[in-house]
Design a protein. Structure first.
Length: 144
């Protein structure tokens, strides 16, 4: 199991792609590049600390859990947080072979109201691991 924690949340699809044709989209390619760089930095840190020792990357098949920890309790639609920038970063930095449905299962999760600690936590498991995900969602733990 690989865990990556980034002290930011990617923009929603509405923010990054514009909403209803309105030209208020933020710099999509710049933001995507930034997330790719953050994931590269995190891979470098994991490697330095030896947390990737014995792990054969990239994973051919993987389960990816993306947990968004929002600072406020505002309503957010899950479909606006598809994880595209994150998945592309995982692929580009050699964590996963591909981000297609055949290669990965993706599970977005969210927590709210922690004003001092907004972050995105990415958990990558080798293989399709739906049984463990159900246990995790019930409050259990994932065992390697």
């Amino acid at each position: 199991m690989i865990k990556i924690k980034i002290a930011a949340i990617p923009p929603s699809n509405n923010q990054s792609q514009g909403k209803g044709g309105v030209k208020r989209a933020i710099g999509y390619s710049q933001t995507k590049k930034l997330w790719n760089e953050w994931i590269w930095i995190m891979r470098s840190k994991l490697k330095q600390r030896g947390e990737l020792d014995g792990i054969s990357l990239p994973y051919e098949k993987a389960t990816v859990i993306i947990k968004y920890n929002f600072a406020d309790n505002r309503r957010r639609d899950p479909d606006n947080y598809s994880g595209k920038m994150i998945l592309d970063g995982l692929k580009n930095n050699g964590f996963i072979v591909d981000d297609s449905f055949k290669e990965i299962d993706i599970f977005p999760m969210a927590t709210f109201g922690n004003e001092d600690n907004e972050y995105t936590e990415i958990t990558i498991l080798e293989g399709h691991r739906i049984r463990e995900i159900v246990e995790l969602m019930r409050g259990g733990d994932i065992h390697e």
